[in-house]
Design a binder for this molecule. Structure first.
Ligand code: UD1
Length: 436
């Protein structure tokens, strides 16, 4: 798909304040979860309608204007929800949602559309959608999602890339141990188990703050969930969930991206509306680079007056480890640093997509398998580069801000999946960025 480009004139020190939006990785599962509201479900009686239309209404605040969020809204509409969007508030009424099919086209619009599986099954007891297959980050297996749903009594057939799922008579209790703390699998199990009878225990569950945010929304809708933030989650199914008003948590990856922009331009930025306690692993990497990082309340101030230093090894890990989503951003900053850094990517197979593009800008990066060696250079130079995935695209924008001359970043529809108007935020703190 051909999309607009960003033209970035590098070399300007960024100073000022940026307000951080609601988290992409949180709003997508929460939008999927709105489907569960406004329907009564009992084990004996199967599925029956709730009496009031209001029980289906959820009002979600801090919903950033991201193309992935718009794709999630299109999926909700295709399933029968009324969805309205005004500013950063999205209102979903699921009272009449009867759909059980997500079209192939809609599945492909959003990388994380698989999170609709647990929600649709939870609501209507059936779901048909296409297998997500590979993506920019390499193969995206969903074996853990399917294995867990089977443990919860779901009958699943896979035929020519189509998944056909039907909820069966559910066991009263299921005790599921994930072999990996998969974020997506944890979300799908939570979504499927929230409505109904029985206790579901998820061991080795993902501990990402976005999981706690999904739990927070579901609990406000009447769900019984405990253990969020720990590796054992317990979900006691309830017969009914009602919509609520909820504010999505701050986007820690967006905040880390702007920390990268401050670092590479020797700038000073105040990031507002963040939750520093979610960001210790990121803040410690920026501190190790020599930046002053000062968190307080819902703000982080980052000051990068000194040249950036190399760091020891950055390893991506499940939360609370260093997030895979921040890895390309940190790679871009380290590309222009003093010394040699090593980056180990433990989550995704194909997540050094930014490296060849950064090399076009003069970076010295060798990447093989899960390890990248970044030998810092004194200067990066503007060049025509291409975003190959969301965070790799954001990393190129960060590198361009610290480069001499003009960079043209193409394929920016990837960046629009996860950043609401990145050029507006960066221009407001002194960057020269234009969308053409
Ligand atoms: C991942 C990130 C999450 C990030 C999101 C968006 C981790 C642990 N997860 O979540 O923080 O917000 O991308 O970029 O960092 N896997 C299987 N089988 C499965 C499911 C996953 O083998 O059924 C493997 C994956 O290949 C991967 C790992 O488990 O190596 C973690 O995947 P998972 O957490 O499910 O990915 P996302 O939900 O996309």
């Amino acid at each position: 798909m051909e999309s607009s480009k960003l033209l970035i004139e590098g070399g300007r020190r960024l100073t000022g304040e940026i307000q951080i939006h609601g988290a992409k990785n949180s709003v997508l599962p929460i939008l999927a979860a709105t489907l569960l509201c406004g329907r009564t479900k009992t084990r004996e009686a199967g599925i029956s309608r709730t009496k009031t239309r209001e029980a289906g209404i959820s009002t979600i605040h801090r919903c950033a204007g991201l193309s992935d969020a718009f794709a999630a809204m299109r999926i909700l509409r295709s399933l029968g929800c009324d969805v309205t969007h005004e500013g950063s508030t999205v209102t979903v009424n699921s009272a009449n949602a009867e759909g059980d099919i997500v079209s192939d086209g809609l599945m492909h619009e959003m990388r994380s559309s698989i999170v609709f599986l647990g929600a649709i099954l939870g609501r209507v007891g059936r779901c048909r959608l296409s297998f997500p297959g590979g993506c920019e980050l390499g193969p995206r297996p969903i074996d853990l999602h399917l294995e867990a749903l089977r443990r919860l009594g779901v009958k699943i057939t896979e035929d020519h890339g189509i998944l056909d799922c039907t909820a069966g008579a559910r066991p009263l209790s299921a005790d599921i141990t994930l072999s990996l703390p998969s974020v997506g699998a944890t979300e799908n199990i939570m979504l499927y188990s929230a409505l109904g009878a029985g206790e579901t225990v998820i061991r080795n569950a993902a501990r990402e703050p976005e999981i706690s945010d999904l739990a927070g929304y579901l609990i406000k809708c009447g769900a019984e969930i405990s253990g969020q933030g720990t590796s054992t989650l317990v979900i006691n199914g309830v017969p009914e969930l009602h919509g609520c008003e909820y504010s999505v948590m701050p986007d820690r990856i967006e905040a880390a991206t702007y920390m990268g922009a401050a670092a590479i331009t020797n700038g000073e930025l105040m990031l507002r509306g963040v939750r520093p306690s979610d960001m210790y692993s990121c803040m410690s990497v920026f501190s190790e680079m020599g930046c002053g990082v000062y968190p307080y309340d819902d703000k982080i101030f980052i000051s990068a007056r000194k040249p950036i230093s190399a760091v020891r090894t950055v390893r991506t890990m499940p939360y609370p480890g260093f997030p895979t989503d921040c890895q390309p951003i940190v790679m871009a900053v380290l590309a222009k640093s003093r010394g040699t850094s090593v980056i180990v990517e433990n989550i995704f197979e194909n997540r050094f997509m930014a490296a060849p593009e950064l090399r076009r800008m003069g970076a010295n990066i060798k990447a093989e398998g899960k390890v990248a060696v970044v030998e810092g250079v004194k200067k990066l130079y503007g060049a025509p580069v291409r975003a190959y995935d969301l965070r790799a695209g954001a990393a190129l924008v960060v590198a361009a801000l610290g480069a001499e001359g003009q960079t043209q970043v193409s394929n920016i529809h990837y960046i629009d999946r996860g950043y609401e108007s990145i050029e507006t935020a960066l221009s407001s703190v002194g960057a020269n960025v234009k969308r053409v």
